[in-house]
Ligand binder design. Structure first.
Ligand code: ACO
Length: 329
């Protein structure tokens, strides 16, 4: 890639709703225990949106924080990409809602849907716009309210998810602080291992779909677990090879926060100490596309990511989708 087409992450923001739901709270809702959830997943609590608090609200707050961090105004944006599997509506897009709310009058705005890999997909797409000269300033937002599609009677899934948003502003790089590589992939053969059966054109909302609880996420946990480990390992290897680096050159890995055991397997495969892996799923659970943005903002605030740090983000999600993106901060 030529110097002129290099792209940087110029600002990062995040936002989570106020309300916290602990494992103890869940013990009163389904047959589970704090001990089971903590030992099988690593999650202790998660933030849950209020009634009437949609994904766009979280996304707007995260986007405003990212714009402030980047020092640019919404009017300067050329493109807004929102990654979400919990849009406010099927249409219009959540990105359109953000465009209006932020006052990004010049920006083209659209949603993408890559489940938990959405943030990496979004940044990868935004990077291409800037690298090709089609845009100068791009906002990527991953905003999710998984609580709205969680079956609170299903202990297999309801203990895993939380709500939140992460956002990144992309601009042309001015020095070697830039995206070093990005890789995305997927395999549609496994769509029904992790999906929401109703609400789309195949099974539109009806009395039957509601009675059969088809508007909630369904997941085959074990199969998803195995696929997640393999795909994340593969994606991280590909992105490191594309950047011409090894895991020794990476200062911090920010994996999708789905399960502590998945994260530990990825760290083991990459031969990195867990000290170099950022984990906050104990406090946020799996916020789907938003996990990596929330973790990145927190790692920056805590000084774990500094100017010059090489950060590798790696994700896996429904679809299946996966991806890894490496950048110098
Ligand atoms: N509390 C208590 N027991 C439970 C709970 C719970 N919350 N959930 C399941 N169990 C039980 C099961 O019923 C089962 O009981 P049985 O043996 O009597 O049938 C037992 O625990 C073991 O169940 P497993 O599914 O084998 O448990 P596992 O160790 O695989 O953990 C988990 C399940 C946590 C879901 C794990 O498989 C996982 O994390 N999978 C990956 C999820 C993921 O990564 N998703 C990412 C993408 S998400 C997205 O894209 C939106």
């Amino acid at each position: 890639m030529s110097e002129a087409s290099k792209v940087r992450i110029a600002g990062v923001g995040s936002h989570v709703p106020e309300r916290i739901l602990t494992n103890k709270d869940l013990e009163a809702m389904v047959e589970t225990s704090d001990e089971w959830i903590t030992s099988r997943t690593g999650i202790r609590e998660r933030h849950i949106a209020a009634d009437g608090e949609p994904s766009s609200s979280l996304g707007i707050a995260a986007a405003q924080a990212a714009l402030k961090d980047a020092g640019i105004s919404a009017e300067e944006l050329d493109l807004i990409i929102v990654a979400t599997i919990t849009p406010d509506y099927i249409y219009p897009s959540t990105a359109s809602i953000l465009q209006q709310a932020l006052g990004a009058t010049r920006a083209v705005a659209y949603d993408i849907e890559a489940a938990c890999s959405g943030f990496i997909y979004g940044i990868t797409i935004g990077e291409q716009y800037i690298a090709s000269g089609r845009a100068e300033k791009v906002l990527v937002v991953a905003a999710e309210t998984l609580s709205k599609i969680t079956d609170w009677q299903d202990r297999n899934t309801c203990v895993l998810f939380g709500d939140g948003a992460g956002a990144a502003v992309l601009t042309r790089a001015v020095d070697d602080s830039c995206i070093l590589s990005s890789y995305i992939g997927g395999d549609g053969a496994f769509g029904e291992l992790l999906y929401m059966p109703a609400g789309g054109s195949l099974n539109p909302a009806s009395e039957r779909t509601v009675l059969e609880r088809m508007h909630y996420m369904k997941m085959s946990g074990n199969e998803v677990f195995r696929a997640a480990v393999n795909a994340m390992n593969n994606a991280a290897s590909k992105a490191m090879a594309m950047a011409g680096i090894t895991s020794k050159d990476v200062d911090l890995i920010i994996p999708h926060q789905a399960n502590m055991r998945i994260i530990q397997s990825v760290a083991k495969f990459m031969e990195v100490d867990m000290a170099k892996v950022y984990v906050n799923l104990d406090r946020f659970g799996n916020t789907s596309a938003a996990t990596i943005g929330i973790a990145l903002r927190e790692a920056m605030d805590r000084g774990v990511v500094k100017k010059g740090s090489v950060v590798a983000m790696v994700a896996f999600g429904g679809g299946f989708t996966w991806g890894s993106l490496i950048f110098r901060c």
